[in-house]
Structure formats: structure tokens, C-alpha cells
Design a protein around this ligand. Structure first.
Ligand SMILES: Nc1ncnc2c1ncn2[C@@H]1O[C@H](COP(=O)(O)OP(=O)(O)OP(=O)(O)O)[C@@H](O)[C@H]1O
Ligand SMILES: [Mg+2]
Length: 307
């Protein structure tokens, strides 16, 4: 198997009054979309900063594209792109100039075709010659994304890439991130829009107070901690529920039956089968899966980490 694109081992970052990262270890494979989730102040930006050279680690090691950053902090970072959480560009350059400059910073030759492609993909073509200070907030964020990608990095960090961005652009970005992955780019994403992580991520890491609480494939996580809620409306009130459906409850008026499936047994199908077998007067059935959001809340409350 190919070596991981990123290997963080026992990384700790201490500020004088606070430990922002505590013994964090994570390994990211080529071509995956990894979502780093956690509340404000959890340590997400600090972790990205330590990898990208914006934060000095206290201890631990970081291997980027197979190179330990303690041995060479410059070469591997040339293949990394970062969309920072804070907007930070020189307001006097035009959109196109700031992309041209970015290529230069990364030691790449001018590449008009690449710049045009990104301007187009991020709907900035009509703004190409405007000074960046004349962009709206959402446009500035798009330019940040273009800047992070212009040198075709192998690994991209998107730190809240869609904060303050409208829904339509957010969807365009999701499409673009998927395209990046299909081209083999590895993406690490932080977001407070859990819908975004649910949509894009292959794997999820949950961090809180500097500690990584959980690291898991999204699908496995949803299966392990996700719940499904089954609600059955009955035409007439019923006196009792059959044995096979005893894991659920009847409403006070005895006309609504609710069951929550956790980790598969019994399943919604089992319970529903028991209701039908007992000839209950079923009028309407609805089922809703839980969202990544519910799973995150459960993990942060301390019931859901890997034992
Ligand atoms: N330069 C600094 N000096 C002292 N403490 C800092 C510094 N930078 C960050 N911190 C603290 O480190 C902790 C982690 O911050 P970080 O920015 O990594 O959180 P985050 O998970 O990115 O949060 P958010 O979701 O709000 O972006 C916070 O408690 C923050 O106040
Ligand atoms: Mg942050």
C-alpha cells in the first residue's frame, strides 16, 4: 500500500495557559476526504496550522508526503494547499495577480491556463482584474480557495471553506472537492456545517478540547452510532403491542407507535413485521435516519467514542 500522505504522531501544542492539542495521532491516506469536526476552540485550526507551518508544535512528529517536517519543513509543504479560516490577502492586487503571485510563492512557473481554469470553476472570471478589496465576502472566500489550489497541491486543507458562503456556491464547492478527489487530491476539511461533512467525507475525526475523541469511516460511524426512528400511525387505538415490537412505545392515545433502532437489533423491519403479523391497523409508516449532527452530539457528550 502507498505510504500515507500525512502522519501525525503524538502531537501536542501547549500555550502558556492552555493545551490546544494533546497527544493527537492521525494518519491520512492518498485520495481520501477527511473531515475534522469539533466545537469552537477544539483545536482544528491549531492542528492544521502545525502541519502547514503556522503554529510551532510543542512535541510529537509530523510526516508530510513521507518526509518528517523536523528534517525538511520546506520541500513537502510545496505540495500542500491551505484555505485558511481567516481571510488574509493583499487588498491591492487584482484577483488574477494574487493567483499569479501564489504560483510564484510555491516555486511554480506562470500558468495562465491553470489560473483561468480556477477562475472559471469558482465563478471569478468576471472579477479577474478587480482589486481583491472590491470583492464581496463570499467572493473573497472563493479566491482563498483558488489560491490554495492553483499550484495543484497533493494535499489540501480546507479550514471552514464555506463559512459565510451562499448555498449555491457551497454546492458548487462540494462538486469541485469531489472532482479534486477523483483526480487523486487528498482533502482535509473542517466545517461547522455537518451536512457538508456528511455529504463529502470518507472518514471523520472528532476533536474536543485538544483531544481526538474518535477516528472512523463515516459510513461505519453512521452505522454504529446512527439511529433510525420508525413511526407508525394506527387507524384505530390498540390495546397492546405484540411481543416482537415490545422495544417500541405507544402514545397516550394508543394510536401512534414509535421505535428507535440502535445498532441494528431489533431492526425497524423486524418490528414492523411483528406489527403487521399481529394485524395491527397500520395507516401510515415513516422512517427517518439520524444525521451526522446527532452522532457528533452523542460523541461530544461522551457516549460514542471507540472503546
Ligand atoms: N496564539 C494563541 N495563543 C493562545 N491560545 C491560542 C492561540 N491560538 C489558539 N489558541 C487557543 O487554542 C484553542 C484551539 O483553537 P483553534 O483555533 O485550534 O480551535 P478551532 O477548533 O479551530 O475552533 P473554531 O471552530 O472556532 O475555528 C482555543 O482555546 C484557542 O483559544
Ligand atoms: Mg478554527
Amino acid at each position: 500500500m502507498a505510504a500515507p500522505v500525512l502522519e501525525v504522531s503524538h502531537l501536542t501544542k501547549k500555550y502558556p495557559k492552555l493545551t490546544a492539542l494533546e497527544d493527537v495521532s492521525v494518519s491520512i491516506d492518498a485520495g481520501e476526504i477527511f473531515a475534522l469536526l469539533g466545537p469552537n476552540g477544539a483545536g482544528k485550526t491549531t492542528l492544521i496550522g502545525a502541519i502547514c507551518g503556522l503554529v510551532r508544535k510543542t512535541s510529537g512528529s509530523i510526516k508530510l508526503l513521507g518526509v518528517d517536517l523536523d528534517h525538511d519543513a520546506i520541500t513537502p509543504r510545496r505540495d500542500v494547499g491551505l484555505v485558511p479560516q481567516e481571510i488574509n490577502f493583499d487588498p491591492f492586487f487584482s484577483v488574477r495577480e494574487s493567483l499569479d503571485l501564489q504560483l510564484g510563492y510555491f516555486g511554480r512557473p506562470p500558468d495562465r491556463a491553470r489560473v483561468d481554469e480556477l477562475l472559471e470553476a469558482l465563478s471569478l472570471t468576471s472579477k479577474a482584474d478587480q482589486p481583491t478589496r472590491a470583492l464581496s465576502g463570499g467572493m473573497k472566500r472563493r479566491l482563498l480557495i483558488a489560491k490554495a489550489l492553483v499550484h495543484r497541491p497533493k494535499l489540501v486543507f480546507l479550514d471552514e471553506p464555506t463559512a459565510g458562503v451562499d448555498v449555491e456556491l457551497r454546492r458548487d464547492l462540494w462538486t469541485y472537492v469531489r472532482k479534486l478527489r477523483s483526480e487523486g487530491t487528498t482533502v482535509v476539511l473542517t466545517t461547522h456545517y455537518l451536512e457538508e461533512a456528511e455529504e463529502l467525507a470518507d472518514r471523520v475525526g472528532i476533536i474536543d478540547k485538544g483531544k481526538l475523541l474518535l477516528l472512523e469511516e463515516k459510513k461505519a460511524l453512521m452505522k454504529r452510532l446512527g439511529e433510525r426512528r420508525l413511526e407508525v400511525k394506527l387507524r384505530d387505538p390498540v390495546a397492546t403491542i405484540p411481543d416482537g415490537a415490545s422495544a417500541g412505545t405507544l402514545s397516550d392515545d394508543r394510536r401512534t407507535y414509535v421505535f428507535v433502532e440502535r445498532a441494528g437489533t431489533p431492526s425497524c423491519a423486524d418490528v414492523l413485521g411483528a406489527l403487521y403479523a399481529a394485524h395491527l391497523p397500520v395507516a401510515e409508516v415513516s422512517m427517518a435516519p439520524s444525521k451526522l449532527e446527532d452522532v457528533l452530539i452523542r460523541v461530544l457528550r461522551g457516549n460514542g467514542g471507540v472503546s
